[in-house]
Design a protein around this ligand. Structure first.
Ligand code: SF4
Ligand code: SF4
Length: 442
């Protein structure tokens, strides 16, 4: 190679190196978060009020639901948490034992998000082709918005690849504790491993809060969470009524505000709501429904109520769900055999692993059994399965789940979507055809 060619090549190599360096920085040096992103905040407020507007159009909603609307709107609870002098601990999914957080006088907040408007800001750091829920949740941190900003630490379970990596990336911004899930629930050594994870988590919470989790405080927390679970079961019993006493969107509002509301107040308000629903039984203005639906699949989280709005705007009601953002979150109690510290930790470990029907585990038959049981108990006319684009877990289970319902003669509709609003009309057409088919059967 002659001299001039060598110089040219060296220059080109230098340029390539510079570009590679820039690309590396773009990918791996995470942005410094300077201030709250007001544009995103405004868009979120808009999404919240639009959704509430749509929900409020539903007929004969219970009066007590206005409390949950207030909480889901954000400001009220955010201000309360800002004033809280203890620690706030964020978490994802449904594997974090809230009992441990409460008993250390801290407040748990579930951070899984359903906002479309935080996705583009998250994509400045995360790749585009990953789960929308993960991007949306991370976007709240990048926008320095809402409950994320108030968290002193985040517990990050590892159910799928996207959540695992989310935890790693988040650790650039705040303390993150991985809660490593076993692949299987059934085998003994998985359960031992999980119990160890729970013990490690307990120590971390104690260190962060500087509060010792004692036998007494843990017992008290278990008792309070039992109360929440009891009221929730009462609420679900009432949802069996036909005509329905409450629609599916309002029911999810009730559950999802419980992810970060003051627990004692939430229990009290939900007791009152149940009393109101009980009274409605004798004075129900809603007609008998022949479109009672069960909703299953990937989580649907506020404000991504797109599918719910479409379904319930067509005179049908979601009477039960099998979502980790719904029924699955609070339903099962911690069952303690021995009120020693070891006995309570064992019971907590069992509660957060064994009844979970999250498809991240290698076995999925218990999820199918649960859906079938609910379909029977709530006398549903059809099942809608929600698949979130780029979430392979639910998609891979779909053929098995749909076959089971087909064999039982229960109509089944699978919807693939994400957080964008572009496919609304397409989904509406499919849901409309499905509901027409249901009506023609009765
Ligand atoms: S389905 Fe499982 S992994 Fe996915 S968000 Fe829910 S709890 Fe987490
Ligand atoms: S929705 Fe699917 S991909 Fe997304 S976090 Fe949950 S399990 Fe993982």
């Amino acid at each position: 190679m002659n001299f001039f060619k060598r110089i040219k090549k060296a220059g080109r190599d230098f340029e390539i190196k510079k570009l590679a360096q820039k690309e590396f920085e773009r990918r791996y040096s995470y942005p410094v978060l300077k201030k709250e992103n007001w544009q995103v905040k405004e868009k979120l407020k808009e999404a919240t009020s639009k959704n509430l507007e749509l929900i409020r159009k539903a007929p004969h909603r219970p009066e007590g639901i206005s409390y949950y609307e207030d909480i889901i709107s954000g400001d009220k609870r955010e201000k309360e948490l800002q004033k809280f002098s203890g620690k706030i601990i964020g978490s994802f999914c449904i594997f974090t034992p809230e009992e441990l957080i409460h008993s250390a006088c801290a407040i748990p907040v579930r951070l899984c998000a359903g906002a479309y408007d935080t996705i583009s800001i998250a994509e400045e750091v995360l790749p585009r082709d990953i789960c929308p829920l993960v991007k949306s949740s991370f976007g709240f941190k990048v926008a320095r918005f809402s409950y994320f900003e108030l968290c002193d630490a985040v517990i990050s379970p590892t159910p799928c690849d996207d959540k695992k990596k989310l935890g790693e990336i988040l650790s650039n911004y705040l303390p993150v504790w991985s809660l490593r899930l076993p692949q299987s629930k059934e085998i003994g050594h998985s359960q031992e491993y999980w119990l160890r994870e729970i013990r490690i988590l307990k120590e971390r919470i104690e260190q962060l809060t500087c509060n010792k989790i004692t036998k007494k405080s843990l017992k008290e927390s278990i008792r309070i969470l039992h109360k929440r679970q009891e009221v929730l079961r009462r609420f679900y019993e009432l949802r069996k009524n036909n005509p329905p006493l409450i629609n599916g969107r309002d029911a999810l509002l009730v559950i999802q505000t419980g992810f970060y509301d003051d627990i004692n107040r939430w229990i009290e308000k939900t007791q009152k709501l149940c009393d109101e629903l009980e009274e409605r039984k004798s004075n129900n203005k809603l007609p008998l429904s022949n479109c009672r639906l069960l909703l299953t699949g990937a989580p649907i989280i506020w404000p991504n109520y797109k599918l719910l709005n479409i379904i319930e705007e067509m005179q049908s009601t979601i009477v039960i769900d099998e979502l980790c953002s719904g029924t699955r979150h609070f339903y099962d109690p911690v069952e303690v055999n021995e009120w020693t510290m070891d006995g309570m930790l064992q019971a907590i470990a069992n509660r957060y692993l064994l009844p979970s029907s999250c498809p991240c585990f290698t076995e999925s038959d218990d999820r199918i059994d649960k859906i079938l049981q609910s379909a029977e108990d709530f006398k549903v006319n059809g099942v809608i399965h929600h698949s979130l684009r780029l979430c392979p877990l639910y998609d891979m289970e779909l053929p098995k789940v749909s076959r089971v319902f087909k064999d039982k003669g229960i109509p089944f509709l699978a919807i693939h979507t994400d957080y964008s609003l572009e496919d609304i009309e397409q989904i509406r057409t499919r849901v409309e055809a499905f509901l027409e088919m249901l009506r023609s059967r009765t």
